[in-house]
Design a protein around this ligand. Structure first.
Ligand SMILES: [Zn+2]
Length: 87
């Protein structure tokens, strides 16, 4: 006798972290070289970090922490104040 189970359990073994983006055009993914172009979803200048839409933590010294735990070393010279463009 065959037990036909039509129910498929929808479980993804790998957690996708970039599915929350609702921007148009969509933000670059965390593994893209263009990842810093993603929209800011949280900005904490007093703590020195920002959270991008793709899950990347962007630190004040331009270091980055990717959602998969990978650390990107700061890649801009320190001492240069970043100019935030006021719209
Ligand atoms: Zn986005």
């Amino acid at each position: 006798m065959t037990t036909s189970s039509s129910r498929t359990t929808f479980t993804t073994p790998q957690r996708k972290t970039t599915s929350m983006c609702q921007h148009q055009p969509p933000c670059p993914s965390a593994d893209s070289t263009d990842r810093e172009a993603a929209q800011l979803v949280a900005h904490h200048p007093e703590q020195g970090w920002s959270l991008l839409c793709n899950g990347v933590l962007l630190f004040e010294d331009t270091g980055e922490l990717l959602p998969d735990g990978q650390v990107i070393a700061p890649h801009r010279p320190l001492g240069t104040p970043r100019v935030t463009a006021a719209a």
